[in-house]
Design a protein. Structure first.
Length: 243
């Protein structure tokens, strides 16, 4: 039986809203190449991402006239048991924004910062990641969230397996999740959500042991895996009035 967002609402602590309409989603390229993606190691993944992601936006700063909150996230990748690991966090349930959600380290851009500098600073504050251990790879893309009216850029970076990461006031738990697990068809589901407010979009869901990754974080994971599978790069900032 295929899981759906309706079932997830009763099985996981994350709060998944109820859309006006739920439809069937087409498979992403990485789903068609799931076994191939699952077997990629860090060296190969780093090479693919360096070849394909943009290096032009490490010094991009927020526009003064942006209509939404400007933010940035870091997608740290590392070696995990010979494969690719991705760092995710479970946000504290005490927070006013995204409480209890699974996310990447990141947050709002402060005055004078570039988006990338904000992502690095937030990663240090949230999980204790030493900036000197971060090797920037490229910009994966941009996203706008629906519920909190945020526009953010997402940067992929390589960190050492030995990186010392820990919890903070904002982060309840730090997780190193394997690409192999994320590519497991039994852990992933996608569907199309439609409503008068935001039109139609494909929603992705990744099941962890006790939590559900959905929303912007799940969309970025799917985009990352599509790039590794040889698919198109989504969420560019060219022509986007927010950046």
């Amino acid at each position: 039986m295929v899981n759906t967002s309706a079932e997830y609402r009763s099985r996981y602590p994350q709060v998944v809203p109820v859309p006006a309409y739920v439809g069937v989603a087409e498979k992403s390229l990485w789903q068609l190449k799931a076994q191939e993606v699952a077997e990629i190691d860090l060296v190969r993944a780093s090479q693919i991402l360096r070849d394909r992601l943009s290096l032009d936006h490490f010094d991009t700063r927020p526009k003064a006239n942006g209509s939404s909150r400007q933010a940035a996230v870091l997608i740290p990748i590392l070696d995990l048991c010979g494969g690719v690991g991705i760092v995710l966090t479970k946000r504290s349930t005490k927070l006013s924004r995204h409480a209890g959600e699974i996310s990447f380290p990141g947050g709002g851009v402060e005055k004078g910062e570039t988006f990338y500098e904000a992502a690095i600073r937030e990663a240090k504050e949230e999980v204790g990641l030493d900036p000197s251990e971060v090797e920037g790879i490229g910009l994966l893309g941009s996203l706008q969230t629906i519920r909190h009216s945020e526009s953010f850029l997402a940067y992929v970076a390589k960190i050492p397996e030995s990186a010392q990461l820990g919890e903070s006031e904002e982060v309840e738990r730090v997780m190193r999740v394997s690409l192999r697990d994320l590519a497991d068809p039994d852990r992933h589901h996608s569907e199309v959500w439609s409503s008068p407010e935001f039109g139609s979009r494909t929603m992705h869901f990744f099941e962890l042991d006790t939590d559900l990754v959905w929303g912007a974080t799940a969309s970025l994971l799917s985009d990352l895996m599509d790039v590794l599978a040889g698919g198109e790069i989504k969420g560019g900032i060219v022509g986007n009035s927010e950046f």
